[in-house]
Design a protein around this ligand. Structure first.
Ligand code: XMP
Length: 326
């Protein structure tokens, strides 16, 4: 019968047999799948695994720390952090078109990851150990959707930051290939990962870069990070994390409206709340959440986030609206 303990034991044995004494690398995003995949591989081969975390500066508040501190503390994994914020912001300067943004973020991610990977291969080479494996958090539904292919790094660009390079010469380690999302969460808990990681709601690979309607700048990211943190805090406090599939918080950076705050007239930006209920993100309905929670979020965001003087609620289903605004 299926138990998380037996899944972990089985996978640990399989990974040891597959990898042997060689080395593996894994791109960590902070998401559930890559975190659980990395944790299980770490349990199997320890320091033969190195995780790479590309800090692109598009994360939500506290997310980098969650990877760099909490995940490392929980797993003891060997982590290489690449601070690439400036590089991503430079590449995104002047760009407002959503598809352009996605392409740029995907492209830069691949470049940064390849560079980190090349450095690891060079370091390991000096010690005579071959880096031959790439760990991916592919789930069972991903395989079914993509036609059952095996053994290649051909991942839908929608689901990872740009996907990883096609010409990669690594063999894949995919310890979650037989699991559904809820099973992955159980395995993560079994491996000692904190709820903040294991129960995390979906978050797009391109991050806050596609939640700023308009050009992405550091100031706008900081503003959106504050507004998003407030919304998440209040939703969690109200016990709505399970009921709500996800709640994108969007900054309409090119829109301004007149308001009155403190001593007088303001001319600030609107923040959009997009709480949705869904089974699989293919379709979604806007969540009929309690007015008093909406009121608290609105009051706090307009009081605490400079340059925001209006909070609006998105009441569109999917279809016709996508969950994300870009
Ligand atoms: P949409 O906006 O298409 O989103 O209704 C459906 C689900 O996918 C997530 N999403 C992404 N996830 N990379 C990702 O890893 C992406 O480029 C991306 N775009 C959207 C979105 O958050 C929702 O859960």
């Amino acid at each position: 019968s299926w138990t998380t303990t037996s899944v972990v034991e089985e996978q640990v044995a399989a990974i040891r047999a597959q990898v042997g004494t060689k080395r593996a690398i894994c791109a960590l995003s902070g998401g559930v799948d890559s975190s659980v995949a990395a944790a299980i591989v770490q349990k199997a081969i320890g320091d033969q695994l190195t995780c790479v975390y590309v800090d692109h500066g598009l994360q939500r508040k506290g997310e980098s720390e969650q990877v760099e501190k909490d995940f490392v503390a929980a797993t003891g994994v060997q982590l290489k952090v690449v601070d690439a914020e400036e590089r991503f912001l430079t590449a995104l300067a002047g760009v407002s078109d959503p598809e352009q943004k996605r392409k740029i973020i995907g492209r830069e991610f691949i470049r940064v990851f390849e560079q980190a990977q090349a450095e690891l291969v060079a370091e390991a080479g000096a010690e005579g150990e071959e880096v031959a494996f790439l760990v991916q958090g592919t789930l069972y539904p991903d395989i079914v959707e993509s036609g059952g292919g095996t053994g290649t790094a051909n991942i839908k660009s929608h689901h990872n930051v740009g996907g990883l390079p096609d010409d990669i010469e690594f063999e894949l380690v995919e310890p979650l290939r037989q699991l559904f999302k809820d099973e992955v969460r159980m395995v993560g808990t079994e491996l000692g990962l904190p709820d903040a990681i294991v129960q995390r709601q979906p978050f797009p690979g391109p991050g806050l870069g596609i939640r700023i309607v308009g050009e992405v700048t550091k100031d706008r990211l900081d503003l959106l990070r504050e507004a998003d943190a407030i919304a998440r805090e209040e939703l969690t406090a109200a016990g709505l994390d399970r009921e709500i599939w996800q709640c994108p918080v969007v900054l309409l950076a090119d829109v301004r409206s007149v308001g009155v705050q403190g001593d007088g007239r303001t001319y600030g930006h609107p923040i959009v709340l997009r709480p949705v209920s869904s089974e699989d993100a293919m379709t979604a309905d806007w969540t009929r959440m309690p007015y008093d929670v909406l009121a608290r979020i609105s009051t706090r965001i307009t009081n605490e986030v400079a340059d925001v003087n209006r909070v609006v609620l998105d009441v569109t289903s999917k279809p016709p609206g996508t969950i994300e605004w870009e």
